[in-house]
Design a binder for this molecule. Structure first.
Ligand code: SF4
Ligand code: SF4
Length: 125
């Protein structure tokens, strides 16, 4: 009886749409409430460093003299504390999954490159 049931399930699964997807070529829709990842509108950022001080995991690094704001997405736990505390409201949670990566890296945005919308990634130490 058990093997009949198993055979029926196996045959049924041949004709069913797969439950899995070809990620990252295909992506699932972002469900409502997904926190996604932190994005900084660097043009509005004043590099005050409050987000860096409030981040519980030390994921953010602000270097005012260099004019850069950086986030280590492998450290970020999407708590939203930086977004709430930013006095310029230039941080927000983009409700999309962080793109997959083969290497651990830190996303850096700088005031100089902000008008081009460029994001430079450097390898984490
Ligand atoms: S708290 Fe806001 S304004 Fe200050 S450094 Fe962070 S992102 Fe920039
Ligand atoms: S969402 Fe939380 S963990 Fe992530 S960078 Fe902001 S304060 Fe840090």
């Amino acid at each position: 009886m058990g093997s009949f049931k198993l055979g029926k399930m196996t045959l049924g699964s041949i004709f069913k749409k797969p439950e899995t997807i070809q990620y990252p070529a295909q992506t699932r829709f972002a469900p409502e409430g997904l926190k996604g990842h932190v994005v900084n509108d660097i043009d509005a950022c004043i590099l005050c460093g409050i987000c860096m001080k409030r981040c519980p995991t030390g994921a953010i690094t602000v270097d005012k003299p260099a004019g850069t704001w950086a986030i280590d997405r492998f450290r970020c736990v999407q708590c939203g504390s930086c977004v709430r505390e930013c006095p310029k409201a230039c941080l927000h949670m983009d409700p999309a999954y962080t793109p997959p990566a083969t290497k651990k890296s830190v996303d850096v945005v700088s005031k100089e490159t902000a008008t081009d919308g460029k994001i430079a990634a450097k390898e984490a130490e």
